[in-house]
Design a protein around this ligand. Sequence first.
Ligand code: GLA
Length: 385
Amino acid sequence: MNSTATLVLKHFGEKFLGSPKLYFSPGRINLIGEHIDYNDGYVMPAAIDKGIYFSIAENQIDTIHFYAIDFDEHFSISIHGIQINSGWRNYVLSVVNEFNLLGISLRGFNCVFGGDIPQGAGMSSSAALEGGLAFALNEMFAVGLDRVALALLCQRAEHNFPNVNCGIMDQFANMMGKKDQVILLDCKTLEQSYFPLVKEGYKIVLINSKVHHSLAAGEYNIRRQKCEQGLAILTSLLSIQSFRDITSADELEIGKSAMTLKQYNCCKYVVEEIRRTKKAAKLLQSNDMKGFGKLMLETHEGLSKLYEVSCDELDFLVDQAKLFPAVIGSRLMGGGFGGCTINIVEEAGVENFIQQTIIAYEQQFNIHSEAYIVETSDGTAKLPH
Ligand code: GLA
């Protein structure tokens, strides 16, 4: 058994009575389609083998107890007194709150969780936290929600107590991931299709910048607002309902004079990224990995210059990656302002790329980065133990 899973069970045994169930809830990567899940775009995420393990059992009282191994913190609350708190508590409490809002009355339980997913690395430890708990409660109390309903519940949970107005990508990948597959998700309709993740001869490598700028959540909501404001202007001038209905650059220009520069730049990025992601899906299907990689570089450029969610460290990592002929695509991944870059690398060049990048990054920023060669996983699931 995975060592984190063993640890989670051990802590449960030491702290609580009863025999718990064990769950694994994965983080995610995203190949392309960044910051467009909340803009009716398409995204290409996959669940990964890093995530959060939960051991959980009913306790026959009206109290919920959590123990978060990674923070060495306990937290208890009455099931009748669920309210906003802070930090990791907000994510788990918000999930419980969402069940309450559906009119489902939960009973008390004990829960220990711990992960092997780096926090703040853009691999969505938050969706893993929400998804694992939601999945476990859904089973434990026989609520009967399907995986898509659970993903939507977790998205609402993230909007609510943590106050991050995220799209659906992370929660969807967390619930609906399939081993060795990438999901092509239409975020407007939630229609999904699956492709093999990596083509012969390539690896996906994440480089963790190890920086996490604290403005990330606030800036995230601001980007979303700018897009909503820009879209409202565009829909008043054009016969469109969504960014995806804009098919030419000229259409966007029609709205330019009515927008602030920031609104315009955000809209331009979104329209371009929707177009890129559609093209990328075709390239992936026709095995054109180099073409796919070029689009990833364009995405980074847009995220950095137009959407303004990059930072010096991430820009450096992408510039650095461009120096390696073996790296065919590189960009920041996830919300931005720190976290990881995602790189598609020819297998033979992986080791050299990782070694050299870690050295160059340390020289530049005095930060020791980490690299992960991605392994995929299925969505959140109960594990035997
Ligand atoms: C975060 C959010 C997602 C998505 C990405 C950016 O991970 O949770 O919904 O918007 O940022 O693509």
